[in-house]
Design a protein around this ligand. Structure first.
Ligand code: C2E
Ligand code: MG
Ligand code: MG
Length: 254
């Protein structure tokens, strides 16, 4: 897989799918998360759940990650161009812990924003808790560099990793993304609801917003909105979309 992934990156055979993120209080779409997709030369689709770990182990996550942020910011610029001004959406890009260690992330992000002509406040970087575990002080510097660019920092898959709560308070984190394993089936599971409430309480106490992942039903979206969750993402709103379908949703909302 490593060999064919390397080739796919060189030949630009990867693409991004865009999944809407909605403001739960208004129901309006406010941003998109860019998610890597790979269809190989034989026409077989590989899941990022499989190829991202391979990219991380092989170091290919560095070129892949650079490509993803460039591609996502260029796409946002393209939507602005079609809209004849800001399309009103923001963009989220995933950044792996290995990428943070091996690449000069703030400089890479700054370069991509400059090339696309996109302001930093339109971009969110989704990091995971594992980034903090390895080198907390290094990550603090990187996050501060990202904040200087005006970007938003979100903690992805929150609750599934090793959460260093002391660092959570010190780091410039804007959003906690509640992992879909807690959200999915939450209405029928007291423990999951308790965990979701606890994460939202923590976020509120620390002045952070929350995004619930994996919202698949209307009832779940309504409950999370009532609990005070800021944003929601999931198949209820849309699956990850190709750029044309994503643009159709933006145009329909305007
Ligand atoms: P993630 O960042 O937590 O992304 C959310 C995942 O949840 C996506 O899976 C999305 O398709 C899925 N999802 C969204 N709503 C629902 C729902 O209602 N139900 C269910 N069952 N699933 C939902 P996907 O696209 O397979 O990506 C998996 C993971 O791969 C991502 O999780 C992220 O950690 C990683 N990944 C994807 N693209 C990139 C990338 O460009 N760079 C890096 N470093 N990681 C990436
Ligand atoms: Mg993510
Ligand atoms: Mg996630």
């Amino acid at each position: 897989m490593e060999t064919s992934l390397r080739r796919a990156i060189e030949r630009e055979e990867l693409h991004l799918a865009y999944q809407p993120i909605c403001d739960l209080s208004t129901g309006r779409m406010v941003s998109f998360e860019a998610l890597a997709r790979w269809r190989d030369a034989e026409g077989c689709d590989h899941s990022p759940v499989d190829f991202i770990p391979v990219a991380e182990e092989s170091g290919l996550i560095v070129p892949l990650g650079r490509w993803a942020v460039q591609q996502a910011t260029m796409q946002l610029a393209e939507w602005d161009r079609i809209a004849g001004g800001s399309c009103g959406m923001r963009m989220s890009v995933n950044v792996s812990a290995i990428q943070l260690q091996r690449d000069a992330i703030p400089a890479v992000i700054d370069g991509a924003l400059g090339k696309a002509g996109i302001a930093g406040d339109r971009l969110t970087l989704e990091l995971t808790e594992s980034a903090i575990v390895g080198d907390p002080d290094g990550v603090t510097m990187i996050m501060e560099g990202l904040k200087e660019l005006g970007t938003t920092v979100a903690m992805d898959d929150f609750g599934t990793g090793y959460s260093n709560l002391a660092y959570l308070q010190k780091l410039p984190i804007d959003i906690l993304k509640i992992d879909r394993s807690f959200v999915n089936g939450m209405l029928a599971d007291r423990d999951k609801i308790a965990i979701v409430r606890a994460i939202m309480g923590l976020a509120q106490a620390l002045g952070m917003k929350t995004t619930a992942e994996g919202i698949e039903t209307i009832e779940l979206g309504q409950t999370l909105a009532a609990l005070g969750c800021t944003y929601g993402q999931g198949y209820l709103y849309a699956k990850p979309l190709d750029p044309e379908a994503a643009w159709a949703m933006i145009a329909a909302q305007a």
